[in-house]
Write a protein that binds this ligand. Sequence first.
Ligand code: SF4
Length: 493
Amino acid sequence: MCGVVGIISSNKPVAGELYDSLIHLQHRGQDAAGIMTYNERFHIKKGTGLIRDIFDEQNMSRLLGKVGVGHTRYPTVGGFSIEEAQPVYTHVPYGIAMAHNGNIVNYTDLSKEVVEKDRRHVNSSVDIEVILHIFAHAMESNDRASDSSEFFDQICDSVKTVYGRVKGAYSVVSTIMNNGMFVFRDPHGIRPLVKGERKNDDGSVDHIFASETTMFYALGFEPTGNVLPGEVIWVEEDGTVHSRIVEEKQFTPCVFEYVYFARPDCIQNDVSVYRSRLRMGQNLANNWKNKYPDVLPDIVIPAPSTANTSALSFANELGVRYSEGLYKNPFIGRTFIMPGNEERKRSVRYKLVPQEFEISGKDVLIVDDSIVRGNTSRQIVKMIKEFGAKNVYFVSACPPVKFPCYYGVDMPTRTELTAANKTNEEIREFMGVDILMYQEVEDLKEAVTRKGEHNIDRPCMACLDGWYVTGDINEQVMESMENQRITERSVLK
Ligand code: SF4
């Protein structure tokens, strides 16, 4: 999972606002980040680690120009070095810079093809570079366009070539030297991409494209909806906007954005993430009342902080006190997106501190957003017990995660997923709780799609039900991606 942003302004430099935007997207990736702008030439700064550690006054002052792209990285394909940080760029046939959020399913084949057939040089193991070369190669086969309309046709044709060759999920934000910014989203719209506008005093309009709306308010942008699945949008330097749906398929945005990744104040695909989490808690509570009418906990505690919203509505629905019985140190990163399991295990106790007065002698119900590997949940339960809870119940706002994600979320190996290898009863025992209850798949879907003027056909829930919308995930692909992941991890050790 990554965060991506692009800003094109008619009258002011964008580097500062790209930095601010990345701060508002930091929760989507903490491994590396980069900003690339242009005026008469490209300017780039990339680094590993947190945004605030990469950028400073000196390197920001070099990022000149009114058009630029920013990226914060959480790796799914590729390693953890600066070479894998985005944006990436090429000078042929134009100066093109690109950043994306997503994952390519057929990366291994494509990276070979790009070198052997397209004769382009691949300089990293990051999948956006393959998209960049396929796009640039397609643009190269055109004669120079005589006007904007012809140039937009060429961009759309080249994106169509990308759609034809690149399988998977990707939202791409890109600049073309002297020609502004263009963006596109995969035909199923699996990864998010929102857009916004800001009117300037002189009547001109600035444009923003981002993974989430989280920075819009701070920067004065009004949300204007989403880049649609299969849509290409090109904003010229003079502010002229061109858009076209290049390919239409079933719209299946990632359900995990609502469960875990997106910030709750964000609207994605015209659905409020916060409201969807409230509905997850409601549905979960109704299910609890049906299954365990005689079990009423003394307090409901969220596993902070993604589960706070669902736990709040769960407690309300049950008529039980909501308690912040686990204090979260806000200065420690999200455990799920830290590379390496050892780091994850160690960090739970640094991050969460149980409050004895809230817990001791009580029947405690913990609400978590999901159980992926199960280690964090197990440690939370252990801590709650150590602080004197009588009975511990655990509910997950997300159904069992049984299948790997090949669309940009870091859970690719089946052996890592606890629900892929254990029954619910075995997981309950492993976690050491008295009752374990998961959200039903249909209830999660209902929570996301109940309200909002959205046009979601059905969220992607492949990690829950094994139905991969792109239709190209078979045993061979699974093995190849898992091996790739295992190799990358062993290189890191
Ligand atoms: Fe999101 Fe799961 Fe689909 Fe991956 S498989 S895109 S995590 S819903």
